[in-house]
Design a protein around this ligand. Structure first.
Ligand code: PEP
Ligand code: MG
Length: 328
């Protein structure tokens, strides 16, 4: 029985009518990769590198980071890995970085905003990543969404941020002598979703951070327990932003992943697939349920379901579609 379950987990998430959704795991260190693969992950769709900084009392050196990224690449053996550069600020504070106190840290200097202000943090990280690419990505490795290593920038709000980050990344890649590495951005601020078509012109892929996108679209602090029941990523306003993101990406042939919590919810995963998302990355424990649900679904039906969901008036009405004739 255990063997049958393991075989089932290893099956791809291919809908009944033959559409394959890529599934990855959110994993922060090489030690977690084995479990994620066993649960059915095809790669790592989100490595949150702030944990390298949070788990220790000081800033990891470029060499320390190089070792960790190399370890991830080795553990994955050529399967795709998306590494997100440092996303500090908001709920992720790092005492030893001694960042200034802010009244509203979720609206302050976090993610890309911090990276652009702190080359002392961004540049060693990018050098470590490109060194790992140079040393561990074979010349004949796949490119595009199957690339063994991709780099992703957090908390993007504007096109100039993308251009500036890209310029720094390309300079460092040249200095290191690394092969091309896809460079993507997180879509987790409504401005970025609304401008997805412009964003897509300047980067290689998107990953939608539904945790923050929900927080910023609904103006609900993601840590506020009192409001937690209302902070539903299936709110039609959030779904419409995701739909805009997929349309903007499609216009430029870019691929779209989702790495926020809703990707691990089987019904949420169905809606995301129907909205046009190509890849779902989640906590390893959620993989089996999501894959099973997608395999039982039909993409034509999921697209219709997603369209109906966007037309609902509130999140409860969207969730009600799950029982009302949604896919099994
Ligand atoms: C998100 O915001 O959905 C996301 C995946 O990033 P994090 O949870 O690390 O902010
Ligand atoms: Mg986020």
């Amino acid at each position: 029985k255990a063997e049958a379950e393991a075989r089932e987990r290893a099956q791809p998430a291919r809908t009944r009518d033959g559409h394959r959704i890529a599934v990855g795991a959110n994993v922060n260190n090489p030690e977690q990769v084995g479990f994620a693969l066993d649960q059915g992950a095809e790669g790592v769709g989100l490595m949150r590198t702030e944990f390298l900084f949070l788990e220790r009392g000081d800033t990891p050196s470029e060499d320390d980071q190089y070792e960790t990224y190399s370890g991830m690449l080795r553990a994955l053996g050529g399967r795709p890995l998306i590494v997100r550069t440092l996303d500090i600020g908001g709920d992720k504070q790092v005492a030893h970085l001694r960042l200034p106190h802010e009244e509203n840290p979720f609206l302050g200097v976090r993610g890309a905003r911090l990276l652009l202000r702190r080359p002392d943090l961004m540049e060693p990280q990018l050098r470590a990543l490109y060194r790992a690419a140079r040393d561990h990505v074979p010349a004949d490795a796949p490119t595009g969404k199957d690339a063994p290593l991709s780099i992703m920038m957090p908390m993007i709000t504007s096109v100039p941020e993308v251009l500036r980050l890209r310029a720094v990344a390309e300079r460092i890649r040249g200095e290191v002598g690394a092969p091309p590495v896809p460079l993507g951005i997180m879509i987790e601020v409504p401005a970025a979703a609304i401008q997805a078509d412009a964003m897509a012109r300047h980067c290689d892929f998107f990953s939608i951070g539904t945790n923050d996108l929900t927080q910023y679209a609904l103006a609900i602090d993601r840590q506020n327990t009192e409001l937690a029941p209302e902070a539903d990523s299936l709110h039609p306003a959030v779904l419409r932003l995701i739909h805009m993101t997929c349309e903007g990406a499609a216009r430029h042939g870019r691929f779209v992943g989702v790495c926020g919590g809703i990707a691990g919810d089987p019904f949420g995963a169905c809606l995301l697939a129907g909205l046009g998302v190509h890849e779902l990355s989640m906590t390893p424990r959620d993989l089996a349920g999501v894959k099973a649900r997608l395999r039982a679904a039909d993409m034509g039906a999921l697209r219709a379901l997603a369209r109906r969901a966007c037309e609902q008036e509130d999140a409860a009405a969207v969730r009600a579609l799950d029982d009302a004739g949604g896919p099994a």
